[in-house]
Ligand binder design. Sequence first.
Ligand SMILES: [Zn+2]
Length: 396
Amino acid sequence: MQGSGASVLFANARVFSGEGPSAATQGADVLVAQGRIAAVGAGIAAPDGVERIDCAGRLLTPALIDCHTHIVYAGNRAREFEMRLEGATYAEIAAAGGGIVASMRATRGASVEELIAQSLPRLMHLIGEGVGAVEIKSGYGLSIEAELNMLRAARKLGRRLPVRVVTSWLAAHALPPDYKERRAAYLDEVVLPGLTQAKAEGLVDAVDGFCEHLAFTVAEMERVFDHARDLGLPVKLHAEQLSHQGGARLVARRKGLSADHLEWASEEDAAAMAQAGTVAVMLPGAYYMLRETKAPPVAAFPQGGRRDGDRHRREPRHLAAHLASDGDEHGRGAVRHDGRRMSLRRDRRGGEGARVAGRDGPHRAGPLGGSGAVERDKPGRTREPHRLQSARRALA
Ligand SMILES: [Zn+2]
């Protein structure tokens, strides 16, 4: 967040309030005084001593929320990117020792400070795109200590930068090689006791898992979710990404926060989620990156999310993806999510891609919350987003 005493006039902006489906207002000004939105309108004069920023017609929007990230890890998987381009599937890459297990080796070898150093540029990149709240998962350590270290790094990043960080315990992300053929033991010795410890250290806000044929079954996730319930933690799940396993229905039964990916979800799954108030999170970036061909049933989900506006403002449960649109038939001009239409800009030149975002509170008089993102829509021709400037100041 910006400093609590920040005062600034954002002038001549295209203001999107985030309230209702209305279009952005052209040529509007937003006055922020002592860290609160004091006025929104046209022709507002900057009070003495208040910095005036000419937005030159750019979009001013409530800060974006990225509700599903894996930005804390060590190492990189550039070779796998090559393999994907050569046509290998996710499952083939995993079988060749790549995927989550490759990141596990590098992550286990890194200290908390090293994790922070490697993850900081990734978080700065998100902040630079206007993200004001970000969820960060564990899931590349796959041992208690390495998983805890990931969340320790996430918490420290949140304290260091002007961004709200919430964390998810994702030890049930993949079965590590040291537990090959000992699936139950991995849950008993790592996932469940590690979660207890994460909770005791105040490191965890939600419990996640990967329910998939190459990861964990519904029955295994039931055990993890039982433990989450005992600890009073909400649940969410990577569900129906590569095949239909019943994960979306599981999260709905547990009245979970969200089911994410959902390429193989059915209309019945969507209905169960709607009934439970579980939000559907689409991840088009992963879809394109993995060169998947089965698109999620997007049209089944408009009624599928929570409608409780107050919860929307407090909890990052919306779709926030930076979509590298390649202009194929799935690169639609807009999607509907949680009952609202979200813009999805396309750029067939492939340089900047498209963005689908949730909101972090409306733009109106009141607390500043997570406001202050200025769209960066044309590389090299727009000013640095206001939020990124405050992040740089926090690091200085
Ligand atoms: Zn994920």
